[in-house]
Ligand binder design. Structure first.
Ligand code: VAH
Length: 316
């Protein structure tokens, strides 16, 4: 693994993963690509390529021009936005991924990584301490595309020897790049509202318990799996990883330890139904045994660090 192409380098995870790759592998070995030109501004020292992941021809030119041997494909339309435009979610999430897979096989790339998500689970899944193996009947197009992505990775691993890796990310909380179009985005928005307004109107209900992870843990898990010894991996694109689980009510009480007069009210929308059939917690024992996963951030330390970072970003 020497030359990494990050597709979706401007996104919530992509922007921080690209920075982490630069620190770990050197900017000369990391090509940042995104459908949005702004990436260039974020990573002035990286080679930047404007790329729509559904454009196979441009993707192939980039892979060949920069001698790419590893692709981390983060391009996806997330759960909430995907429900408003399911056809486009399928097109980006599946046809984009197939372009990456076909190119990786054609040019014998070293490995491909693309996220899965807890969105693969649904009404028939075990939703508490959700196991690695359970019924996957997602109730969003985003979740459907993530199940298909996992199956495609497994299929091409068996049929073509493609080294395909992925993590079922929980909700990711971060303070650099705002998330977009996700159901778990409330857990980021709430910090800005708490600092700015001391009040937040939540689009989920107070008992929507979801697994979450702070971005530093997300980056560490992603790099650990990307670098893991191939022979130790019993799964391909579908490792469960956990760190913490909470409801908006629990998160509110933790924020109130720092902002005592912070208040929340609830005006649930369609995203409550999406969250209803996502796990409250996951069993990540496979990730812990296969590639040494171990979270470092807790609800308490995450809230403290998020408030510190958001306060530093907000005008006094
Ligand atoms: C979403 N943040 O809300 C994403 C994630 C676990 C959910 O995949 O759609």
């Amino acid at each position: 693994m020497k030359r990494i192409l990050v597709i979706g380098a401007l996104g919530q995870i992509g922007s921080e993963l690209t920075a982490a790759f630069n620190r770990r592998y050197g900017t000369a070995n990391v090509v940042a690509a995104d459908v949005n030109e702004d990436t260039r501004r974020l990573f002035p020292d990286n080679v930047f390529e404007r790329l729509d992941v559904t454009d196979a021809e441009t993707l192939e030119h980039i892979v060949l021009r920069h001698h790419i041997d590893t692709i981390v494909n983060l391009a996806a339309m997330l759960s909430a936005t995907g429900e408003k435009n399911p056809d486009r979610a399928w097109h980006i999430n599946i046809n984009g991924l197939l372009n990456v897979i076909r190119l990786a096989i054609k040019h014998r790339l070293d490995r491909v990584m693309t996220p899965s998500s807890i969105a693969v689970f649904g009404p028939q899944s075990v939703l508490y301490d959700t196991p690695q193996e359970t019924v996957l009947t997602p109730n969003t197009m985003y979740g459907v595309t993530k199940v298909v992505g996992e199956l495609l990775g497994d299929y091409y691993f068996k049929k073509a020897g493609l080294d395909f890796r992925g993590i079922r990310y929980p909700g990711i909380i971060s303070n650099r790049t705002m998330p977009g179009g996700g159901t778990t985005d409330y857990a980021v928005e709430i910090f800005y509202a708490a600092v700015r307004d001391k009040h937040y109107t939540c689009f989920l209900s107070n008992e929507s318990c979801l697994p979450m992870m702070y971005m530093p843990d997300c980056i560490r898990a992603t790099i650990a799996l990307l670098e893991a010894d191939r022979s130790r991996l019993r799964h391909r694109g579908n490792y469960n990883v956990g760190a913490m689980s909470f409801t908006p009510e629990i998160l509110t009480r933790e924020i109130q330890k720092h902002i005592p007069d912070f208040t929340i009210d609830y005006q649930p929308d369609f995203r409550r139904e999406i969250a209803r059939y996502w796990p409250a917690s996951v069993d990540d024992s496979a990730a812990r045994s296969d590639w040494g996963w171990q979270p470092e951030w807790t609800l308490e330390t995450m809230v403290e660090d998020m408030l510190r970072a958001v306060r530093a970003k907000m005008p006094a």
